[in-house]
Design a protein around this ligand. Structure first.
Ligand code: ADP
Ligand code: MG
Length: 235
């Protein structure tokens, strides 16, 4: 609640977020839209606990993250949040199976179980026949599906996707969206995605418009100050 984030750049302060309050509930499907530089990625980094707010309180599952040290924060992130990025962020020369299994290494899951779960996650995104392929040998759409499998392998409560279709052609972009929608519907994973594309945003049940570091419109906030949906992550 009341999240701000300022960056210092050459002695000048840049206020990327100027007081943002929102609550993301279980199983929601949310699109964050807004012009370039409006603070969307900064907000996603805060929601994903990749970064800490300059001020304001961020709670994940009821826990105020400012009470956690960096190690506990990394654990929370690893156990509750999956990430998908515009540029995939995969290890280009490492087989898909090992890319997907990597988050489980940090959790101390045994190798055989890691491989079994990574295989199941790749099968769930339609890449059961590409386990040994390396991202450098795959199309953009396939790489993004590997990234989605990696986001899901830890059984997260929320997947955060920053422009997941931004580097894909329209057909692959539509496939990735359909996959995120299916995961949301079938597994109840909350999905929060940033997009520039109105047709992508239009498929989300809730849209949050960000401008100049503030929320300009949140279709999930109902009149009277409440909000539709359940509870979960609280910004
Ligand atoms: P968006 O994702 O909506 O394009 P960002 O959250 O990336 O916007 O950026 C919001 C503002 O914060 C921009 O003015 C950007 O230049 C600035 N900014 C983002 N990251 C940094 C950083 N690491 N250091 C300094 N300024 C940053
Ligand atoms: Mg961005």
């Amino acid at each position: 609640m009341g999240l701000t984030r300022s960056y210092r750049l050459d002695g000048v302060s840049v206020d990327a977020l100027r007081g943002v309050s929102l609550r993301i509930g279980r199983g929601e499907f949310v699109a964050i839209v807004g012009p370039s530089g409006s603070g969307k990625s900064t907000l996603m980094h805060l929601l994903g606990c990749l970064d800490r707010p300059t001020s304001g309180v961020l709670r994940v599952g009821g826990v105020d993250v400012s009470t956690l040290d960096d190690i506990r924060l990394a654990e929370l992130r690893n156990q509750t949040i999956g990430f998908v990025f515009q540029s995939f962020h995969l290890l280009a020369r490492t087989p898909a199976l090992d890319n997907v299994a990597l988050p489980l290494v940090y959790r101390g899951v045994a190798r055989a179980e890691r491989r079994a779960r990574a295989r199941a996650a790749l099968e769930a995104v339609g890449l059961g026949h590409r386990l040994d392929h390396r991202p450098s040998q795959m199309s953009g759409g396939e790489q993004q599906r590997v990234a989605i499998a990696r986001a899901l392998v830890g059984d997260p409560q929320v997947v955060l996707a920053d422009e997941p279709t931004g580097n894909l052609d329209s057909r692959n972009g539509a496939d990735v969206m359909a996959l995120l929608e299916r995961l949301n519907a079938d597994n109840g994973v909350a999905v929060v995605l940033v997009t520039h594309e109105p047709e992508v945003a239009g498929r989300a049940r809730r849209q949050i418009h960000v401008r100049d570091g503030r929320i300009e419109l949140d279709t999930g906030v109902v009149a009277g100050g409440g909000r539709a949906g359940g509870s979960g992550e609280d910004g």
